[in-house]
Every structure is written in structure tokens, then in C-alpha cells.
Write a new protein. Structure first.
Length: 447
């Protein structure tokens, strides 16, 4: 406890870090305030049916990512997910379309153009999702709408407000990245997830305590222990690495001897991080988009199976997609040939492996081997909420037992702590841990 208090004092002493944390808190407070600003013409006291609709299933996940703004009919109801969806599409285009491949190779100017295209696509998605959300809102909470409203004008004006709200949330995320601490977009999602945790925990406690006898309390304690174990497993998944030794040859420049040291390349067991789950989740949202928000509960057959988050077929397909996307995303983010060329250019080599193509093949083989267990582990963590539901855990609390919510939470927290740790150690203060090392999703330790 004494060390923790001392660390807080050290953080407050560093002016730049203190300002970044305060700016982050300010932007987060603005985001949370906007989550309760209801669309014009809606009575927030009559949204009970909408709250019930978003209490489970895929809509509960959307509501969690928006921090409850979706069920509040807020101006931030669509949240940051349209931008995430647009980013995924643009990344896929960068693989398949030569024009986008060329933009990626153009450096900063290409990156600006890609960001511009991503925003254009985000607006297109918002103009589609906005009316869909409003139609669902009318079906689920019709009495909440002002009877004197002109429906056509309400659709047009509210779609503009929802689109502007989502773009403002995106702007807040970018400002957090530039002037705050951590990755702003990820931090916005993290805040939305954490905002739902106290209510979900309270509902779970009430539900268990209402059980006859002492069995409810015992089951709740088992749930907490199991949740901690899953969090520990998620941390291992985020931090797990396989280190490859690299020996650098000695070079003489003038009177100085350079190189000769051995270093290590950390290859992540889960190099794709949470992206495969986000990719797979976006695919699983497609059936709901075609069925419509309001008709998900009444869907039948295949459509019902693909929108039931607790069902076998939903989780089976979800897990398969995660495994496939893990290999796919790892292949586009890790370039063994480029790594081999960089090592050769710097007079480095892997002991026992010839430089060049043999080194690239060796790194590729290692990545293939460690990606397989990593992808299966990621899939198991992703479908863990369905298993929690089988043991009577309420749907809102079960979301924290795995899936996108847990991995985003663990990954973003570790990344943020890593940045704080770097600021502290750079100014010769003690870090957050005695070991002085926190590994974020990048796999690089902060010293």
C-alpha cells in the first residue's frame, strides 16, 4: 500500500504525465455525460422495453461497447463501432485492392488518405445504421416518442445527430491518443465496458442472494474465483511470447567495436491481439443487420441460430472464424521476409540458420507453430461467456467472463499501465511493479 501511494505521488510530480491523465479524465467525463443526453423528442422514462431488448444477445454486446448509450437512446447510441467496422473493411481492401496497397507504401501521405477513406466509409455506415436504430426504437419504445413528432423529420434529424455523435466520439478518441494517455479509440471502448460492470455485478449479487439457502452466495464466490482465473488466462494470452535469439556480428568503425551482442526477437503467441474477435464479431453481426434489430427475437431457423449468443452453432461458427482470422491477421501483420532482410542489413543472424530466405522460412515456421495454440486459446476465451451462461450467470455479467469485452479490458489496461511505467522510469522514478516490467499488447517490456 505504501508503495502504491508513493507511485501515485511520483505520477503527480511529473507535469507532462499529470496533464495527460487529467486530459484523459476530462474527455472520458465528456463521453460519459454524452451517453445520457437523449435524442430530442424522446421520453427517457419510457425506454423500459428497449432496456430489456439490450439485456442479452448481440444487442447487449453493442450496448456494452457504447457504455449503455444504445439502450438510453443517447446521441452517442451508435458509439465507436461504425468506425471500427469501417477500419476492418479498409484493412481488408488494403490486402485485396492494389490501389490501397500502394497507399500503404506511401508513408504518411498514404496513411492520411486511408484515414480519410475510413471516415467516408464510417459516415456511409452511420447513414445506414442510424435509420435502422430509429426504426427499432419506434417499435420497441413507441410510447417514448413525442406524439406530435413528424416521423420523417425525426428520422432525418436524428440520423444526423447520431452520425455527428459518433464522429464526435471518434474525435474524442483521437484527442486522447494525441494529448492523453493510452490509445484513445480502445480507451473509449474500455470506458463503455467498465461503465456496465457495476450494474451487472449488482444484478448478479441480487440474483444469487435471492436463491434459497446459502447456495447462492457460494455460487457467487465461485463465479468471482472463476472470473479471476479467466482474467489471469487473458493476461497470459496478451503477454505470451516466444523469443528468438539474434546474434549480431562484430564490426569495427574507427577505433570502436560495434555489435557482437545477442538480442531477442519477441514473437507474440497472439500477435493478432483482439482483432480476430472483432473481425469475427463483425461477421456475426451481419445476420442481425439483415433481420433487423426489432425482429431478432422473432427470427427462426438458421437466422435464430446465428443470433443466439448462447447457442451451439453461433459459438461454433464464432470460434472457427476467430481461428481463421487469427492466422489471417497474423499473416498480414508479421512479415518474416522483412524481418530477415532487416537482420541481414544489420549484420544479424539466428544461430544455426543461414541469413536470407532460410531465416524468413524459419521465422514463418515458428509463427505458424505458436499461432495454432494461440488461436485456439483465443477462441476458447471468446466463447467463455456462453459457458458462464450455462451455469446460471446472468447475461450482462457473463460478458465479463471472456470474449471481446475481457480481452479489450485486459489489453488496454496493460497498454495504459505500460505508458505510465515508461514515463516513471524515464524520469528515474520507481515503476508500478517491483520488477519494473509491464508487457502490453506490443509484447515489449517497459524499462
Amino acid at each position: 500500500m505504501k508503495r502504491f501511494i508513493e507511485t501515485i505521488k511520483n505520477i503527480w510530480k511529473i507535469e507532462d504525465l499529470r496533464q495527460r491523465i487529467l486530459i484523459t479524465v476530462l474527455f472520458v467525463a465528456i463521453y460519459r455525460f454524452g451517453s445520457y443526453v437523449v435524442l430530442p423528442g424522446i421520453n427517457p422514462n419510457m425506454l423500459t422495453q428497449l432496456h430489456e431488448q439490450t439485456s442479452e444477445g448481440l444487442l447487449a454486446l453493442l450496448n456494452a461497447f457504447s457504455g449503455g448509450a444504445f439502450s438510453n437512446a443517447s446521441i452517442f447510441a451508435l458509439g465507436i463501432m461504425p468506425y471500427i467496422s469501417a477500419s476492418i473493411v479498409i484493412q481488408l481492401l488494403a490486402i485485396a485492392v492494389p490501389y490501397f496497397q500502394k497507399l500503404q507504401r506511401e508513408g504518411e501521405s498514404g496513411r492520411r488518405k486511408i484515414n480519410q477513406y475510413t471516415r467516408y466509409l464510417t459516415m456511409a455506415i452511420l447513414l445506414f445504421q442510424g435509420p435502422s436504430y430509429l426504426i427499432n426504437l419506434k417499435m420497441q419504445a413507441g410510447p417514448a416518442l413525442n406524439p406530435s413528432l413528424d416521423w420523417t423529420w425525426f428520422i432525418v434529424s436524428s440520423t444526423i445527430i447520431l452520425a455527428a455523435g459518433s464522429m464526435f466520439v471518434l474525435w474524442l478518441g483521437e484527442r486522447i491518443t494525441d494529448k492523453g494517455i493510452g490509445n484513445g479509440i480502445s480507451f473509449i471502448i474500455l470506458v463503455g465496458i467498465i461503465a456496465r460492470f457495476p450494474q451487472a455485478l449488482f444484478q448478479e449479487i441480487v440474483s444469487r442472494m435471492a436463491s434459497p439457502g446459502a447456495g447462492g452466495l457460494i455460487m457467487f464466490l465461485f463465479e468471482i474465483v472463476f472470473l479471476l482465473l479467466v482474467i489471469a488466462a487473458a493476461i497470459l494470452l496478451v503477454q505470451g511470447t516466444r523469443r528468438i535469439p539474434v546474434q549480431y556480428a562484430k564490426r569495427i568503425e574507427g577505433n570502436r567495436q560495434l555489435g557482437g551482442a545477442r538480442q531477442y526477437i519477441p514473437l507474440k503467441v497472439n500477435a493478432a491481439n483482439v482483432m480476430p474477435i472483432i473481425f469475427a464479431q463483425a461477421i456475426m453481426f451481419i445476420p442481425m443487420a439483415f433481420i433487423g434489430y426489432s425482429d431478432v427475437a422473432n427470427a427462426g431457423g438458421v437466422a435464430r441460430a446465428l443470433t443466439d449468443m448462447t447457442g451451439f452453432w453461433y459459438n461454433f461458427i464464432f470460434a472457427i472464424l476467430i481461428i481463421l482470422f487469427t492466422y489471417f491477421y497474423t499473416a498480414i501483420t508479421i512479415n518474416p521476409r522483412q524481418m530477415a532482410e532487416d537482420m541481414k542489413r544489420n549484420n544479424g543472424f539466428i544461430p544455426g540458420i543461414k541469413p536470407g530466405k532460410a531465416t524468413a522460412d524459419y521465422i514463418d515456421e515458428i509463427m505458424t507453430r505458436i499461432t495454432l495454440p494461440g488461436s485456439f486459446f483465443l477462441a476458447v476465451v471468446a466463447i467463455m461467456p456462453a459457458f458462464a451462461g450455462l451455469f446460471g450467470v446472468k447475461a450482462e455479467f457473463a460478458q465479463f467472463f471472456g470474449g471481446t469485452s475481457l480481452l479489450i479490458l485486459v489489453g488496454v489496461v496493460l497498454d495504459t499501465l505500460q505508458q505510465v511505467e515508461s514515463h516513471l522510469l524515464m524520469r528515474h522514478y520507481d515503476g508500478l511493479l517491483k520488477s519494473g516490467r509491464i508487457r502490453g499488447r506490443s509484447g515489449v517490456a517497459a524499462y
